[in-house]
Design a protein around this ligand. Structure first.
Ligand code: NAP
Length: 317
């Protein structure tokens, strides 16, 4: 790779989505990559440096505009992802807007932002899911900036079952508490394998994707089908459990009882997906599967990861 290869800044570089982008672009070889992180000495950041990324200390927290500006300086493109934030006093909207502003001030020509649908607008204000709506509002802000832009919109992550809604073994049966009704088919994706190839495609053909919002989907599958597939692939007896109603969620994850707003957001997100579909009507749900075989189905994800139901951390430091 030459020092004249275009530089792509990835904020946050160590996230599941960001890491996928960094790895894919470096493996492709046509780009230099700068990964933004709170801590360049973390194992995840050091691994990205080992792969060839330039790692910059630039926390995705309010008040770090100068570090963002420095990290975006010299970059032609920026991939932006906002970190998971609790709904209580969330600063996601402000953070995303200021991050994009810093990228534009630093001379970035094309922003790819990881957004979600505007639940507030779609549900007529009835459902509370600020981590969706705030991302849609950030995208609206980016549309007003003097910069080329493309949005990716990831489906539910398979990794939610590995990180957050973790199964538990009772006798010899693995119980999977899932945050969706048993027969509701929802879009899912693996952020670690699907994001990078999609962003590579966008950066390779920016003129095709100017202004577009591109869903990343690996599978459209119900919890019942997920559990059946899990049993078939792993040979482990497994059963679905309801974690989508308030009572179901609290039965399996009593810790949510201490945070009413977080609970409201989780239920709002699920009700939104069930009532309105996760994506707005008219989105091209086949795009990611068409452009890249890396958009794994649930079965491919299970086979590729060898996951057997254990808690998995993707950001262990
Ligand atoms: N879960 C889903 O089903 C789903 C679906 C679609 C979209 N999303 C969205 O995806 C985003 C998360 O993406 P991801 O899962 O790829 O990220 P992730 O793996 O959770 O990583 C987020 C990164 O942000 C940084 N970070 C974490 N907490 C932070 C904090 N409190 N303040 C500042 N930085 C922090 C960390 O990087 P450093 O420590 O290196 O700074 C971390 O690597 C969220 O906005 C979520 O809403 C989730």
């Amino acid at each position: 790779m030459t020092s004249t290869a275009p530089l792509v800044a990835v904020a946050g570089g160590t996230s599941k989505q960001g890491r996928s982008v960094v790895r894919t672009l470096l493996a492709d070889g046509r780009f230099r990559v700068r990964a933004l992180t709170r801590d360049p000495s973390s194992p995840q950041a050091r691994e990205l440096a080992r792969l060839g990324a330039d790692v910059a200390a630039a926390p995705l927290e309010p008040g770090h505009d100068d570090e963002w500006f420095a990290a975006f300086t010299g970059a032609r493109n920026a991939f932006l992802v906002t970190p998971p934030t609790p709904p209580e006093n969330s600063c996601e909207f402000e953070l995303g807007c200021r991050l994009a502003d810093a990228a534009v001030r630093a001379g970035v020509e094309h922003i790819v932002f990881s957004t979600l649908e505007n639940v507030d607008e779609i549900s007529g204000g009835k459902l509370f899911a600020p981590h969706f709506t705030d991302k849609a509002r950030i995208a609206d802000h980016i549309r007003t900036l003097p910069v080329a832009h493309t949005f990716v919109m990831l489906a539910f992550f398979y990794t939610n079952l590995l990180e957050y809604y973790v199964p538990r073994m009772e006798d010899d049966v693995l119980l999977l508490p899932i945050y969706l009704p048993e027969d509701f088919r929802a879009p899912f994706v693996d952020p670690l394998t699907a994001t990078g190839p999609a962003v590579l495609e966008i950066l390779t053909h920016p003129e095709l994707y100017q202004g577009e919002t591109l869903p990343l989907v690996g599978d459209i599958i119900s919890p019942r089908e997920m559990v059946e597939t899990f049993q078939r692939v792993t040979g482990i007896r497994a059963e679905y459990r309801n974690a989508f109603t308030r009572d179901g969620l609290l039965r399996w994850f009593p810790e949510f009882a201490s945070d009413e707003l977080q609970m409201k957001e989780l239920l709002g997100m699920v009700n939104y997906a069930v009532d309105h579909g996760y994506f707005r009507l008219g989105r091209d749900l086949e795009w990611s599967r068409r452009i890249t075989p890396e958009a794994l189905t649930w079965e491919q994800f299970l086979r590729a990861t060898g996951w057997q139901g254990k808690r998995t951390s993707f950001n262990a430091s």
